[in-house]
Every structure is written in C-alpha cells, then in structure tokens.
Design a protein around this ligand. Sequence first.
Ligand code: SF4
Length: 489
Amino acid sequence: MHDSERLSGSLEAAGYVAAAGAQADVVVINTCAVRENADNKLYGNLGMLASVKREHEGMQIAVGGCLAQKDKNVILEKAPWVDVVFGTHNMGSLPALLERARHNGEAQLEILESLDVFPSTLPTKRESTHSGWVSISVGCNNTCTFCIVPALRGKEKDRRPGDILAEIVAMVDDGAIEVTLLGQNVNSYGVEFGDRQAFGKLLRAAGTIEGLERVRFTSPHPAAFTDDVIDAMAETDAVMPQLHMPLQSGSDRVLKAMRRSYRSEKFLGILERVRARIPLAAISTDIIVGFPGETEEDFQETLRVVELARFASAFTFQYSIREGTPAATMPDQIPKAVVQERYERLTALQDRISWEENQKLVGHTVNVLVGAEGKKDASTHRLSGRAEDSRLVHFEVPPHSDIPRPGDVVTVVISDAKPFHLIADSADHSPLAIRRTRAGDAWDRAEADSCGVPATVGSVPSVPGRVLLGLPTLRVSTAPIYDPSDGER
Ligand code: SF4
C-alpha cells in the first residue's frame, strides 16, 4: 500500500491525474512476489489489458514491484505489450520511464540492484487524511528460508532519525493524527548506524510530536525484540497498546528450518513481558502452516503456542513455494490436502480465541478513530473505525446524534463481540460522544478541495493535456491483482 501511494505521488507530481471512472491512459500494476499466485494473477491481468490497449491508442502499461524485480525481462517476453518494467529500488523513475517509452516508441526495462533514493523521499499521495505510513528502513538482514524479501529488497538500510521525524511532523501538519512506522524488521532499526536501541528512542521521540495521537509500527522480529522497546511502548502515551509479532511456527524444529533464530519459549516470554507492562495490549501474529518437513507433532506445537499466546488475531498462511527461496527446494514438501486440513484446524482455534478475547471487551469504553472507509450502514446505522488497540469497531450513530467525520474520535461502550470485530450499539440512543479532531478538519478541507476539481463531461474530466491514470473500466471486469482471501485471514 505504501509503495503504491508513493507511485501515485510521483505520477501526480509529474502531472498525471487519477482516471476516476474514465478510461485510463496509464495503468500501473505494483506487484508483490510474496503473495501466492502473484505471477498467474499478473499475467492474467496483463492478458486482459492487452485487448483494452488495442482499443485505446496511446495507452501505456507499467509493471513494478518485487515480482518485476524478480522476473525482469520475463515480463516483456511474456507480455510484449507492456511499456515499462521497473523494480523495487527505482520507483521514483516511473514518470521518466513512461516518458522515455513514449518518446522512443519501445518498452523500457529498468531494474536497479540497490536503492538510489530512499523511497520515503519520493512524493507520496496519502489515501487517508488521518493516518499515514512512514518507512524507517527497507530491506532485511535476516535470511528466513521461506522469504523472497532479502533477495528482492536487499540488505537493511536505515533512514536517519531526523528525516523520519521530519516526515512525521509534515504529515501531522497536514492533518494526520496516526502514523505507522514501517520496516521489514523495525526493531533492528539502527543496526546500520550502530545504535541498537535506536528503535525505542525513535518511538519516544515520535511520542513528543505535538498533535500526533497514535503511533503504531510493523513488523518487529522476535529474535531482536528487546525490553527497551517494551519500556518505550509502555512509557509513551502515543504508542498504541498493540503489537504485531510474527510467530510463523510454534515448533522449534520448524523455526530452525525456517532460519528464525528465536524459539517458542522466548516468543512466549516476550508476550508475557509486553502484557506485564501493557495489560490491554492486543497482540496479533503471522503463522505459516505446512512448511516443508512439518510433521503432525510440529503442527501440534503450533496449536499449543497459539493456545497459550492468546492472539487477538492472526494472519494464517498456507505454505507455498516461492521460487528463489531456500525452502523451495527443500525435501518433504507437504501435500496440499494435509496443509489445508491443518490450516482449517488452526483457523478454527484462532477464531475461537479471537472471539473469546473480543468478548472480554464487552462493557469496556473505547476510543475509536473513525475510518475514512466508513459509510453508514443503512440498516444498522453504524459507522466503523479502529480502537486504540487496533480492533475494528462498528458503532451505532443514534438518530439524533451528530455524525462524526473520518478522523474524528468517538468514545463508545462495547455492546457485543464477534470473532473479527466489536459492536458498540447505543443502550439509550443518547448522542454519540464525539471529539472533533484536526484530522476531521483535514478531511473537511480535502472534501472541499475535491469539490473544486474541474467540471466533468460525463465521467471524463474536461482538462486538456492531462494524462489519466488508473485501471481501465471499459468492457472489462477488473479483478484485483491480489486476492485478499489468498490463504490469508
Ligand atoms: S525477517 Fe521478515 S523480511 Fe526478513 S527474511 Fe525473515 S520473513 Fe523475510
């Protein structure tokens, strides 16, 4: 998502505008090799775009991201109607590559093996007025055997703390009240400039930024998660009571084969120490089922650790081969039917735990940051947002209540719990307790600005000379490139 925002930002800075329902002149596909079936989906979508392009003279198609970094010229061999292929290290070159492809009348392939510009120095078009993402590092120094990231994104590169804080301040000045710090392994932040406690210090420094109410981060790594980070979380009001801590497997034998250097007891010890300091922390995780060589005993270990860990939620994945990773050629790949059956047992267990953990919150008062995506449901009169612990809350807007804007904060009492969300229906239909925020004001301004866009003819903006950007809408039903239900919950 963050890379896509940067791509939109670079293109808009170069004069492109979103197609907003019109036939796009430029289609950019940002790929992710980590996702299952990413290549099949890419080539399926490119096949569909070929016929759109035939009927829309001058249309350009660009493919970027980590699948492009991996496949390089294979994309142009399989889909010669693509105009630009770019990698993960040169997203900022996209406008220039599109221009060059147009001018030279031939496809442009540019893949760099290392970063020339830190991605966060590229312009970004934020999708939300109240929340933003800030990269603190890119790449990863670990070598997990199932993961393609080190091969595609390279060694960890840390951004200077001053640059990170300046970007957060700029976002806050722009109206954001929530920021998520991003890195493949956030708690190893600082290793490049020799400060092993840099991440905790960064959290504390972010917490002093005037107007910033919610700080989150993703993802840490259990091997290097130290107590100074837990202290910084507990002692910094703006750092939210939420932690995403990838387990991957509960079996020490499988963790070793995955080349993940912590063991299950260490993992559970981290959760215990986090909960000792932050009792209401909602902890989520990632788990892979069916890693090569995983036995029923190994899987039972995962179930045991999941039962003990009491995760609020989990992203569970069925292992599938990623070409180019060490695990791809390991013996004892697990048959699909076995993986599926284990996956179903794991998700049933986690669904039960998520529901039990959510039920503990019934009767609690929570502060919900109203989401941009929230539209009032006509039958339930509910809007949606995230509590401080990041749980999704659907709350009722009583008939005579003011309606909060996206970015405002409402204080509600949880009335019911489901496995994947909480409900806050009003007991007495009294008006909502709404705190109007700077983020809500920013949303108002953005709405007013969007009303000021040039008049449209039909659905096509009547601005001459501008190149429209987006996915085509004519005669095609566009399937998303990434299916959110892909082996992921
Ligand atoms: S720590 Fe994360 S990004 Fe790094 S190799 Fe392991 S799974 Fe991949």
